[in-house]
Design a protein around this ligand. Structure first.
Ligand SMILES: *[C@@H]1O[C@H](CO)[C@@H](O)[C@H](O)[C@H]1NC(C)=O
Ligand SMILES: *[C@@H]1O[C@H](CO)[C@@H](O)[C@H](O)[C@H]1NC(C)=O
Ligand SMILES: *[C@@H]1O[C@H](CO)[C@@H](O)[C@H](O)[C@H]1NC(C)=O
Ligand SMILES: *[C@@H]1O[C@H](CO)[C@@H](O)[C@H](O)[C@H]1NC(C)=O
Length: 162
């Protein structure tokens, strides 16, 4: 009987955020409040029961690193789950009120409004909407009510330079 030789090659490469990586942007556990201030949405927060928000500054840095990002929002509508996605998702800096960009929004325009700026109850052009909805968001002019349970971002290929 021949002996079997096993060669194990271990290659360690430092790649902090490889393509395909996913990032939890928010997760909403029932009972936690998302009615938070501008600075909390900017810096990120974690709530008692486990809800969290990544922070708009981090979201801006992440989505401007030269890669395409796809955002999936998990929606809960009267107990039923639905999904909304946004391709080539990108968020501008705080100076631009974290304006949101989507190349395409399949079936999804009512939740995320392309080109909207972010608002919380204490800052932004949609302060009244934020106060009445009870959370910060990129509100559109005729924003319909919705409940998000999760938002997941996936890092995709490098953008082709044009
Ligand atoms: C959102 O959730 C609340 C309960 O927290 C519910 O009253 C409301 O109907 C839901 N809205 C939608 C659009 O599903
Ligand atoms: C969002 O706006 C940008 C530029 O204004 C545009 O190129 C893009 O097609 C728009 N996306 C949707 C889903 O309309
Ligand atoms: C959110 O908080 C603001 C400031 O405290 C308050 O005015 C508003 O009524 C709250 N909204 C909800 C839905 O609880
Ligand atoms: C979080 O979930 C609760 C319960 O479904 C809902 O009332 C609330 O609107 C959600 N928050 C966000 C930011 O979507």
């Amino acid at each position: 009987m021949k002996s079997i030789m096993v060669v194990v090659v271990v290659v360690v490469v430092t790649l902090p955020d490889p393509v395909g990586n996913t990032f939890t942007i928010m997760s909403n556990v029932s009972g936690d409040s998302f009615n938070r201030s501008w600075s909390e949405y900017r810096d990120g927060f974690k709530a008692k029961r486990g809800s969290n928000w990544i922070g708009l500054d981090k979201l801006h840095r992440l989505t401007n690193d030269g890669h395409d990002y796809q955002l999936i929002i998990v929606l809960s509508a009267e107990g039923a789950t639905s999904y909304a996605s946004c391709n080539e998702f990108k968020v501008d800096s705080e100076k631009e009120d974290y304006r949101v960009h989507c190349l395409s929004l399949p079936g999804y325009v009512e939740v995320l409004h392309n080109g909207s700026t972010f608002s919380t109850y204490d800052q932004g052009s949609g302060q009244e909407q934020a106060a009445s909805f009870g959370f910060g968001w990129w509100f559109g002019a005729n924003q319909k009510p919705f409940n998000a349970t999760n938002m997941v971002l996936t890092k995709l290929k490098k953008k082709s330079s044009k």
